[in-house]
Design a protein around this ligand. Structure first.
Ligand SMILES: [Fe+2]
Length: 571
């Protein structure tokens, strides 16, 4: 099934969901949060009766469109376009959408309006417009929204190539982990200028905290990035809290510029809801172990549903919805499916997974495991394996949230996995996946990972015993955090040692499958796929500089096509 088919499935899913909302309207609790009549689903435009809706100036652009614009959900024949109208500016009436070849809009490609019922306070005055079927493959467009005589800033969007087209290269900007309170988004100012096809975000787009708790003792203060949640709590509790966080994060000018320039493919991780979250299959509810109400199944469900609703409002993404059956309102698994895939012509397939909504709790003890402990859940795991097996492109890419390779910080009896919240807590399932891929002869398999606030590269294997016949399956590239606290920030307070060297040496000695490890930088990576190679370049950007931080190329590595070898590229 190619990306076009995926898109068709989603359309059916959306329609079914909308019909289902009438069924679940009477259901209380989280179901009503998630399925209000104001569910933020992508909408089609209609032809305007009054052409004057396209007459506009830009005098009040930022007042009317304070979060600017974004695009996402690319298909070969469309994208989703997103904006938010400031609630105090919205007085009813249609919002117009204009798509052109350039920012003059002198030759409109598409013009339409969204009628006012689609812009309801129920979804925080966000609008997502679906242009699937209206645009051409592998094409860049300019777009803008117009409301009441004011035009938004002009964005640029990009469609996918035709699934069968021959593609020479495809470039992704890869980002993750952008704690607003722990630095500035200078990385995004450079991403905006990068010549890439799409922006891939691997999660922790927001952090649920307003009290700066995800920082190190030596972290710099950023008083102009203080936050105050509407609920008054330190951690998000309500839909209003999550909306506030997204709207504040998206007020950042560098982030806005990058989302205006590039079409977004967004995943998520734990902090879009709460730290280290997982699913408790005994109570069939999410669990938020770091949240004061996170052990209460009802509260954790309510908080997760609120966070999901805010996510759906904020991201132009083709997410599957399915209606819950009356009497089974607690099944978030049936109602929100983040996992999806994208095909970039004959060159690359990207398979994006959800590693939070279906995962078992991590093991309580280091090296602990149980054979059926799952990160993906049974259904998603099968979907994932099928998607990899079915990929007909040269490269197959896993858009992945948490580190898949083992990261051991000791040997023998004292050996311990550092981060059991990552795949180190779910080793048996990882082995199952890798063995499946090896058995099926999967080649040119690249995994792009976020979460650990570190730049890293290494090998995915069926096993890591040096005396066995375990084999390499693929290569994992981790992108550094935009701002979130990294290892160097945590240990820099120790005098007389260079923590970067010590950490990298320790990690690569104890983990010979890891070729490159650096937790001393912040920034982003550019990953390019061609017929010859996959090339990963990490850029570091100083997060403490607000306006114009320099970027530095920090490392470039490549994997020649047909191999599982990481090669260094001379700088
Ligand atoms: Fe993070």
């Amino acid at each position: 099934m190619d990306s076009q088919d995926d898109s068709d499935d989603r359309r059916i899913g959306r329609r079914t969901f909308l019909q289902g909302t009438t069924l679940v309207a009477a259901v209380s609790g989280f179901a009503s949060v998630l399925s209000d009549s104001g569910v933020a689903v992508p909408v089609d435009t209609v032809q305007p009766t009054d052409r004057s809706v396209f007459t506009a100036d830009t005098e009040r652009t930022d007042a009317v469109f304070p979060q600017s614009v974004a695009s996402g959900g690319p298909t070969p024949e469309g994208v989703l376009l997103w904006t938010r109208i400031a609630p105090e500016e919205y007085q009813g009436g249609p919002v117009a959408v204009e798509v052109g070849w350039d920012d003059s809009f002198s030759e409109p490609v598409h013009r339409g309006v969204v009628e006012s019922p689609a812009i309801m306070a129920d979804h925080d005055h966000t609008i997502t417009v679906d242009l699937d079927g209206k645009l051409s493959p592998d094409t860049e467009y300019a777009y803008r929204f117009i409301y009441n005589g004011t035009a938004s800033r002009t964005g640029r969007c990009q469609t996918l190539p035709d699934p069968n087209a021959t593609i020479d290269s495809m470039r992704l900007a890869v980002l993750t982990c952008q704690d607003y309170q722990n630095g500035y988004y200078g990385a995004y100012s450079h991403v905006a200028e990068e010549n890439v096809d799409f922006l891939l975000h691997l999660g922790d787009f927001i952090y649920e905290s307003a009290d700066n708790q995800y920082r190190a003792p030596i972290s710099e203060e950023y008083p102009d990035r203080n936050l105050e949640l509407p609920s008054g709590h330190d951690l998000a509790h309500t839909l209003a809290d999550y909306r506030y966080l997204y709207n504040t994060y998206r007020s950042d000018p560098h982030l806005q510029r990058a989302l205006e320039r590039h079409t977004l493919i967004a995943g998520w991780d734990d902090h879009e809801v709460a730290d280290n979250r997982y699913w408790d299959y005994d109570t069939d509810s999410p669990r938020l172990p770091s949240h004061p109400e996170g052990d209460d199944p009802d509260a954790a469900t309510r908080i997760t549903a609120a966070a999901i609703k805010a996510w759906v409002e904020q991201f132009p993404a083709r997410i599957d919805y399915e209606p819950a059956e009356v009497g089974a309102p607690g099944d978030l698994h049936e109602r929100f499916r983040l996992q999806r895939r994208f095909r970039f012509g004959d060159l690359t397939t990207l398979v994006l997974t959800d590693e939070r909504l279906f995962r078992d709790p991590p093991p309580a003890f280091a090296n602990g495991d149980k054979p059926d402990r799952t990160m993906l859940g049974t259904d998603q795991r099968q979907w994932f394996l099928d998607a990899i097996d079915d990929a007909e492109t040269q490269w197959t890419v896993w858009g992945n949230e948490v580190l898949t390779m083992p990261l051991e910080m000791g040997t023998g009896a004292i050996g311990s996995y550092l981060n059991r919240d990552a795949w180190d807590g779910y080793r048996d399932e990882y082995r199952t996946i890798m063995r499946h891929l090896a058995r099926n002869g999967t080649s040119n398999f690249i995994t792009l990972t976020g979460d650990l606030h570190t730049a890293m590269a290494g090998y995915q294997r069926t096993g890591y015993d040096p005396f066995s016949d375990d084999e390499r399956v693929g290569v994992e590239f981790m992108t550094p955090a935009v701002t979130s606290v990294n290892l160097s920030e945590i240990v820099l307070g120790i005098d007389d040692i260079d923590p970067f060297d010590v950490t990298e040496q320790a990690v690569t000695t104890l983990n010979p499958h890891i070729e490159f490890f650096d937790s001393s930088i912040w920034g982003y990576s550019i990953v390019e796929f061609t017929g010859d190679a996959c090339t990963y370049t990490v850029y570091s950007v100083d997060k403490s500089v607000k306006e114009s931080p320099r970027k530095q190329r920090h490392e470039t590595l490549r994997v020649p096509a047909g191999t599982t070898e990481i090669e260094s590229v001379e700088r």
